[in-house]
Structure formats: C-alpha cells, structure tokens
Design a protein around this ligand. Structure first.
Ligand SMILES: NC(=O)c1ccc[n+]([C@@H]2O[C@H](COP(=O)([O-])OP(=O)(O)OC[C@H]3O[C@@H](n4cnc5c(N)ncnc54)[C@H](OP(=O)(O)O)[C@@H]3O)[C@@H](O)[C@H]2O)c1
Length: 202
C-alpha cells in the first residue's frame, strides 16, 4: 500500500513507520518540518501539499495539538489551538485528502481515550477528541466507493507518561498503540472509533 503518515516523527508515528515499513508498504511521511512541509493547522498548507502528491491507498494522521489545563484557567488561545489544530486540522485533512485517496482507500484519524474517560484538566482535549469522532461517524456515511474513515482513540502512551513524569506501568507502549493502526489498515472498520486492545473504555 502507498501510505501517507502525518506526524511520522512523533512518539506514535515513529512506531507506525517501523511496522508499516516492515510490512513492505510504500511510506510517505509529512509534518511541519518535512519537505514539502504540511501544517494541518493551515487549510492552504494541506491543499498545497495534496497538489504535490499522487494517488494514495491510505492516509494516517498522528498529528494535531490541543492543550491540557484547568477549565477556569484555559486561555482563549489554548481553546482555539485544539479546535484549529487537532480538530479542524484533521477535518480539513479528510476534506482535501479525499481527492487523492483511491476508491478503496482509508483515512485514519487520531483522537484519544480522554473522549471517553476524561481526567480533571482535560476538558479541552476531551471536547476535541469527541468532536473528531462525531465528524468521522457522519462523514463516513458520505464516502464514495469502498473508502473508509476511522478514528483511533489511544490511551496515554507509556513513553509519553514517562516524559510527563507519570507512572508508565498502566499504559501501552507506542509500539502496541501502533499495532492498532496497522491492524486497522487491513480490517473492514468504517465510521467507528477503534481502541487499543486491552484499553477499551469502561
Ligand atoms: N502520546 C500520547 O500519549 C497520546 C495519547 C492519546 C492521543 N494522542 C494523540 O496522538 C497524536 C500524536 O501524539 P504523539 O504523542 O505521537 O505526538 P508527538 O510525539 O508530539 O509528535 C507529533 C508529530 O506530529 C507532527 N505535527 C505536530 N503538529 C503538526 C501540524 N500542525 N501539522 C503537521 N504535523 C504536525 C510533529 O512533527 P513536526 O513538529 O515536524 O510538525 C510530530 O511528527 C496527537 O494527536 C495526540 O493528541 C497521543
């Protein structure tokens, strides 16, 4: 498969790259620091990027920013970041990426478990993750051909927990999370949320 991976240099993205390369796929990586650059926060950047890309079998997005923060302390800019980057960024990626997705192609977006199991100080991220899922459920109903659109909701990743100074033991490795993306590439799920095995919402 010819797969575009956005956010390939990130914690989850790096592991998806290893697994998809192992499986003999053709991988194209993209991010703000790539060449050509792709900034999902900017609709024009997405449009310019897809003008340079030929037909794809799959697009995986493991990029998009949103801020943690107390409800009473989140700034307008922090709220806007989640909407502009992680939510609208992925919505626009689908809108513009569909033009280069083949008839049996798949787009995988990334939300996060906080949509289902929020913690204090995650209202902004939980809102964005739930919003992406709503978009995926409805947009999938309009896809032409045998195209698919799916959202994966990873739990906190062990490596990220460590980087945040938290206990990593309860959480899956980035490799295990990446395996969920790999499985989703070849199953038949469409318009639904997908969870990492062993980390279904309670
Ligand atoms: N890690 C976790 O525990 C966890 C848990 C649940 C959900 N998630 C979600 O999973 C996604 C990836 O997380 P991660 O921890 O792997 O991220 P990460 O390590 O911070 O890496 C982010 C990746 O995305 C790219 N990127 C960031 N902003 C971008 C933009 N506006 N346009 C294009 N590319 C952009 C970065 O490259 P450049 O800097 O070059 O652009 C980098 O490759 C995020 O949406 C995150 O919310 C993560």
């Amino acid at each position: 498969m010819k797969i575009l991976i956005i956010g390939a240099s990130g914690t989850i993205g790096k592991e998806i790259i290893k697994l998809t390369q192992d499986s003999g796929n053709q991988i194209i990586t993209a991010s703000r620091s790539g060449e050509p650059a792709l900034n999902i926060d900017d609709p024009k950047s997405i449009e310019n990027y897809f003008e340079k890309v030929s037909e794809l079998d799959a697009i995986i997005c493991v990029a998009g920013n949103a801020s943690f923060g107390k409800l009473t302390e989140l700034s307008d800019n922090q709220i806007q970041l989640g909407l502009t980057s992680k939510l609208l960024g992925q919505v626009n990626l689908v809108r513009k990426g569909l033009k280069k997705l083949n008839n049996k192609g798949l787009i995988i977006l990334t939300g996060g478990m906080l949509a289902y199991a929020p913690w204090p100080e995650t209202s902004n991220i939980a809102m964005v993750n739930a919003g992406i899922e709503g978009f995926v459920r409805a947009a999938a109903l309009e896809l032409e051909g045998n195209r698919r659109l799916v959202i994966i909701h990873p739990p906190l990743v062990a490596e990220t927990a460590t980087a945040m100074g938290m206990d990593s033991n309860p959480w899956p490795s980035a490799r295990k999370v990446a395996e969920t993306y790999l499985k989703t590439l070849t199953n038949h799920s469409n318009g639904v949320p997908v969870f990492v095995e062993g980390y279904l919402p309670q």
